[in-house]
Design a protein around this ligand. Structure first.
Ligand SMILES: [Zn+2]
Length: 248
């Protein structure tokens, strides 16, 4: 039996049986895989945080065919973001992002670029004080990575320049110019559109220092979340807590 070594970002961890934990982990080498950590809930020597979302771990496992879960025989934590578990808003944001990733990343499909992006995303969330801004930034960039963001420089309807409204239409996200909005009797929303445009074009460190009206940010957050739910036909359980927090 061959021993395999992988590095991964934990996306979920659920109790299983008497003392096991089953985790969904996005590995650098093999893409998303499901691992079982035997006896970890009762272990005094091994860190339980290794099976919790956002931990970056190194795992050794023995390859056995036709197994639903790979048994993590040895593992250690390479990077752990402690502030994500200590602050409520960050914890909710982490759960929300991890749930989106676990629901949208397919099994066994390695992607080094995505791995690096997620690693740096969790590191950024750990260090920022702006969870709402970070969530919007993350959603915009993840959607661009998935190829579901429209061209923000061109009206999705007439092809004209300078669109000014973003919305969901027939299960895709579209950018409409003022004239097309008028023709189709759609309410324009320049504030939300320009926010999205800025967020996809900037680094988070730049955005972090800006002051943006919170109501616009919250509206954009809702547009992106509702689109993701509808596009992937999922209902995000962690959305409720977070929207409650952001709305305040
Ligand atoms: Zn148009």
């Amino acid at each position: 039996m061959a021993l395999k070594k992988v590095h991964g970002i934990v996306l979920s961890g659920s109790p299983a049986g008497e003392s096991d934990i089953i985790s969904s982990i996005f590995t650098l080498e093999e893409g998303k895989e499901r691992f079982i950590f035997k006896g970890l809930r009762k272990s005094r020597k091994r860190p339980r945080t290794a099976a919790e979302p956002a931990s970056i771990v190194r795992i050794n496992y023995y390859e056995k065919e036709n197994r639903k879960y790979k048994t993590a025989s040895e593992f250690d934590i390479i990077e752990y973001f402690s502030s994500l578990k200590e602050e409520k808003t960050k914890l909710f944001t982490l759960c929300f992002i991890a749930e989106i990733l676990d629901s949208t990343i397919p099994l066994n499909s390695p992607d080094e670029k995505l791995y690096r992006f997620l690693n740096s995303a969790f590191r950024t969330l750990d260090s920022t004080g702006k969870s709402l801004e970070f969530s919007v930034f993350f959603l915009a960039h993840y959607m661009r990575y998935l190829g579901v963001l429209p061209d923000l420089n061109e009206c999705s309807c007439c092809g004209g320049e300078n669109p000014g409204t973003i919305m969901q239409l027939n299960n895709s996200l579209v950018a409409y110019c003022e004239k097309c909005c008028e023709t189709h009797r759609i309410k324009t929303d320049f504030a939300v559109y320009s926010l999205l445009k800025r967020y996809t074009a900037s680094r988070f460190s730049v955005i972090e220092t800006e002051n943006t009206e919170k109501t616009n940010m919250y509206r954009l957050f809702l547009v992106l979340v509702e689109f993701i739910e509808s596009y992937f036909s999922i209902k995000l359980k962690s959305k409720g807590f977070l929207t409650g927090f952001f709305k305040e």
